[in-house]
Design a protein around this ligand. Structure first.
Ligand code: 5GP
Ligand code: 5GP
Ligand code: 5GP
Length: 217
């Protein structure tokens, strides 16, 4: 008999705030290519089912091949930086994301298309601009979770998922934002299911290097 893999239903496009990855007790290591910009970075584009479950590591025969991404390398380093320790050039992180998540959307996107789709989505949803335009800045202050969620809903048309983690002092902070995307990897959709969030009602938006504002004199 033939076993046909169940197709997935939608993607989560997940972006991380680097300040919140780095200020945990575990810390972080900047990529070998240098400190990332103070911007949200891509974590991944994750196939998901409508019931909240998700497939993973779907094709061990599909090896991650950095050579097919050579034209995207600069954009990947800029928008999909690796912050895990020890420092790397990004290939280990991108390869992990391809093996765990990308191989589960091969019915729609091959390797180059998968990474190009994530980069295009990052261009479509500028989270830092959306938040700063609403007065929510990475200045180490605390902001209402509802205010963060509403700013993104007003800008994108849909309610995002918001995930928090905890800094070295035990504060709940804005860590990752989940935007739901159609199976083609191109359009925002209403989330069929939101990921569990571990946020307090007020969360820290930590600093990550220089903030470019017009009122910092
Ligand atoms: P954590 O346990 O830190 O929440 O998640 C660890 C990893 O599991 C994530 O980086 C991601 O690879 C995967 N993961 C966690 N939650 C989800 C989810 O709701 N959907 C999908 N597709 N993957 C998830
Ligand atoms: P996920 O949480 O997506 O399953 O796993 C992320 C994996 O990629 C972890 O094994 C982690 O060590 C590695 N990794 C490399 N760079 C990063 C990074 O910048 N952020 C995160 N979350 N994981 C990274
Ligand atoms: P990975 O090593 O599976 O499977 O990572 C497990 C979890 O730890 C992931 O949620 C990832 O975000 C986090 N993580 C992995 N490496 C680092 C690190 O170097 N620093 C920090 N702060 N978190 C990490």
């Amino acid at each position: 008999c033939v076993v046909v893999a169940q197709d997935f239903d939608f993607f989560y496009f997940v972006q991380s705030w680097p300040g919140s990855y780095c200020d945990t007790r575990r810390g972080c290591c900047f990529p070998s290519t240098g400190k990332p910009r103070a911007d949200f970075g891509i974590h991944g584009l994750w196939p998901n089912y409508n019931d909240g479950l998700y497939p993973s590591s779907c094709d061990s025969d599909s090896l991650f091949d950095p050579s097919v991404l050579s034209d995207l390398k600069g954009e990947l380093q800029k928008n999909w930086p690796t912050l895990a320790c020890p420092s790397g050039d990004g290939n280990a992180f991108w390869g992990h994301e391809w093996n765990k998540h990308g191989t589960c959307s091969e019915s729609r996107l091959e390797q180059h298309g998968y990474f190009a789709a994530a980069l295009n989505l990052k261009r479509k949803v500028d989270l830092l601009r959306i938040l700063t335009n609403s007065g929510i800045k990475p200045d180490g202050r605390f902001y209402s979770l509802n205010r963060i969620r509403n700013a993104i809903r007003e800008a994108t048309g849909f309610t995002p998922g918001i995930e928090c983690n905890v800094d070295g002092d035990g504060n709940s902070q804005l860590y990752q934002i989940y935007i739901c995307i159609d199976k083609n990897g191109s359009d925002f959709i209403r989330c069929p299911v939101l990921p569990r969030q571990r946020c307090k009602s007020t969360v820290e938006f930590p600093y990550f290097g220089k903030i470019t504002t017009t009122d910092n004199g």
